[in-house]
Design a protein around this ligand. Structure first.
Ligand SMILES: C[S@@+](CC[C@H](N)C(=O)[O-])C[C@H]1O[C@@H](n2cnc3c(N)ncnc32)[C@H](O)[C@@H]1O
Ligand code: SF4
Length: 405
């Protein structure tokens, strides 16, 4: 025999500020539940941990009713000890991975890049130092954003600052600036990883999306880096592959992987289809807008070909696991619905933290890593509540179009 339990008092005692957003995108799960308290048929599931008596914590799926605002636990066996606690903060308290945008400037002009429509600027090196002070638990920093990291004149000052504090640095680059001098500095500053974006092995197709990019120059740069690194006994940077594909070259992934491997690439990071977020679409030129209709088929081809790619190159997740880089749990589904469970922190070059790297508008003035410690930001009630909602797949309107929604 089972019963339902009203969880509301314990919920508010533990974290009254955690509350599903009133306005949110339609929930991806098809089931709504009858609320045992008000009997309306609008309740939906959440994820949490609960304790019965003095027993250890166990996973649970309480329901929340948007009509009476009560939380309930359904189908609890009658012989269970009394419910004593609930905790819906399922994320890790101390992320160790920070993604911060070093610059929005770039020497390419890719037609799909939101960075070309943002204010063109660099992070100040002194602000980067402030970030290191404000985030003492950070172990890995990805200097990645909507620009070309190696265009930042102070890039190696930041890399050295991080190295002095035993913080690893990773970047994603267009691979166009890998001169002998840059290659030497990348090795000497022990940048742990460079992911290089290649959209095609056909120079013309490449140049049609990576506008102003010359493919041959990129292959030469990769080869230069790999040869210099290996010849001089450096272990890092490891070299990875990334890219974006379109309807006209969606089947190119295996050839890109093979070619990249022949020039010295070792790791398969990821390929993606065009970003379908509603905030991105307005920047796509009219002549390329039809690409939006092909996103699903491109994503399907990428998923298929990525399996084979990870037989040719080391999967990025394995590289991260071996290096102790904690960037896992990136948007996997929970048992209730698709969610967004990024355990890492994303910061714009203004120091403003947003819940996701695809959100370019600061949300709260107090979520700023130049002015506040990470501990202060993470414990801010509004920040926690945003995290709670994303963790449960209750998405605000600014997430519209993301594949997770
Ligand atoms: C924003 S770039 C920045 C780093 C570097 N400049 C580069 O291009 O690799 C990082 C990655 O995002 C991809 N990207 C950028 N805008 C995109 C969009 N609208 N849709 C899909 N992928 C995109 C790029 O192809 C690249 O692999
Ligand atoms: S190379 Fe990277 S940052 Fe530069 S325009 Fe292309 S996608 Fe944007």
């Amino acid at each position: 025999m089972t019963k339902s339990l009203n969880l509301t008092r314990l919920w508010h005692k533990a974290h009254s500020h955690l509350q599903p957003f009133t306005e949110h995108l339609a929930l991806a799960d098809k089931h709504s539940f009858v609320c045992p308290i008000c009997t309306k048929h609008n309740a939906f599931k959440l994820v949490a941990q609960v304790r019965f008596g003095e027993h250890s914590w166990e996973s649970a799926e309480p329901i929340y009713c948007p009509d009476c605002h009560e939380y309930s636990l359904l189908d609890v066996p009658n012989n269970k000890a009394p419910l004593t606690a609930v905790d819906a903060r399922l994320w890790s308290a101390e992320p160790t991975f920070l993604n911060i945008e070093p610059t929005t400037r770039c020497n390419f002009n890719c037609w799909y890049c939101v960075g070309r429509h943002m204010q063109q600027e660099d992070i100040k090196v002194e602000n980067f130092a402030q970030v290191l002070d404000n985030f003492p638990t950070v172990k890995t920093i990805a200097l990645v954003g909507e620009g070309e990291p190696l265009m930042h004149k102070g890039f190696f000052d930041m890399a050295h600052m991080a190295k002095e504090r035993n913080v690893r640095v990773m970047i994603i680059s267009n691979g166009s600036t890998l001169s002998t001098s840059i290659v030497k500095q990348l090795c000497e500053s022990e940048v742990a990883y460079i992911g290089i974006s290649i959209d095609s092995i056909d120079p013309e197709v490449f140049a049609s999306s990576r506008i102003d990019g010359k493919l041959e120059q990129i292959w030469q740069g990769i080869q230069r880096l790999r040869e210099y690194r290996d010849a001089n006994g450096f272990q890092y940077p490891k070299i990875g592959l990334k890219g974006t594909l379109f309807s006209y070259n969606k089947d190119e992934l295996p050839s890109i992987v093979a070619m990249a491997k022949s020039y010295g690439v070792e790791i398969f990071e990821s390929f993606q289809a065009l970003n379908p977020m509603s905030t991105y679409i307005p920047i796509y030129p009219e002549t390329s807008l039809n690409e939006v209709e092909h996103i699903d088929e491109v994503a399907h081809a990428i998923n298929q070909d990525s399996i084979q790619a990870t037989e040719q190159l080391l999967p990025f997740a394995e590289f991260c696991a071996a290096e102790g880089i904690e960037i896992d749990k990136n948007g996997s589904a929970n048992n209730v619905r698709n969610n967004c469970d990024e355990q890492w922190v994303y910061s714009l070059l203004s120091g403003d933290i947003t819940p996701c790297c695809q959100i370019k508008t600061p949300i709260s003035p107090t979520w700023n890593l130049f002015n506040y410690s990470l501990t202060d930001i993470l414990s801010d009630h509004q920040y926690e509540n945003t995290r709670f909602n994303l963790w449960n797949g209750i998405f605000p309107s600014y997430c519209d179009g993301c594949w997770k929604t």
